[in-house]
Design a protein around this ligand. Structure first.
Ligand SMILES: O=C[C@H](O)COP(=O)(O)O
Length: 244
């Protein structure tokens, strides 16, 4: 059975000192189970977290440069993230696509660069409200997936995040999430063959302790990418416990 991944995306929240306090509280309260827990923190908090996270909790970044190194002011390379202990890097989050105009080709370039350095990319896809209202969510999301995986190998995690459900309190139903996760699984099998079996597909969008179990009970949903509910340790414990 595929191990669930509970990926916590703090977005632009928590200073390094706040990250350390969160990690110490998590260390006190976490009971490990079969779920893999990973924290996608702001780059400046990664070193602090690496030193204080409970054993077995993975570290990730929220973005990674498409370039190896050089004159790219403000960017963080995959090698730098690996050096500080990161295992994952989110790429193509809808907030990066919207506010930084990242295209599918940009996302694929970042995912390739991550893999070349041993980081596992968490590639985000998902439709906006107008696409959903037109009933075009499957075609739209699969188009985004294809473009975002050009040249990318199967060492990848996919996060399906319908944009209309992010930070809004509107969660897709478990059946909505499974519809897209199953379509994504079929596309991954077409692309990677039997290597697609172990690829985890996460759902993201207003996930909380009281809805995560129902969402992750679906056969093609292998965990969650969580924003708001990742900031407070009791919510994280609630979600982790719900996946036992
Ligand atoms: O990366 C996480 C997603 O954007 C979901 O955020 P949310 O849980 O606050 O809706």
């Amino acid at each position: 059975m595929t191990q669930n991944l509970l990926a916590l995306n703090w977005k632009m929240n928590k200073t390094p000192a706040e990250a350390r306090a969160w990690a110490e509280e998590l260390r006190e309260k976490l009971t490990a189970n079969d779920t893999e827990l990973a924290v996608m923190a702001p780059a400046v908090a990664l070193a602090s977290l690496a030193a204080h996270l409970p054993p077995g909790v993975a570290l990730g970044a929220q973005d990674v440069s498409a370039h190896e190194s050089g004159a790219y002011t403000g960017e963080t390379s995959a090698a730098m993230l690996v050096d500080v202990g990161a295992k994952y890097a989110v790429v193509g989050h809808s907030e990066r696509r919207e506010y930084h105009h990242e295209t599918d080709a940009d996302v694929a370039a970042k995912a390739k660069q991550a893999q070349a350095n041993g980081l596992i990319p968490i590639v985000c896809v998902g439709e906006g409200l107008n696409v959903r209202e037109q009933g075009e969510q499957v075609a739209y999301t699969l188009g985004q997936l294809e473009g975002s995986l050009v040249g990318v190998g199967p060492e990848v995690v996919i996060a399906y995040e319908p944009v209309w459900a992010i930070g809004t309190g509107k969660t897709a139903t478990a059946d909505d999430a499974e519809e897209l996760a199953a379509a994504i699984r079929d596309a991954l099998i077409e692309r990677y063959g039997s290597d697609a079996d172990g690829i985890r597909i996460l759902y993201g969008g207003s996930v909380k302790p009281d809805n995560i179990a129902t969402l992750c009970a679906k056969p093609n949903v292998n965990g969650a990418l969580v924003g708001g509910a990742s900031l407070k340790v009791p919510d994280v414990i609630g979600m982790n416990d719900a996946l036992k």
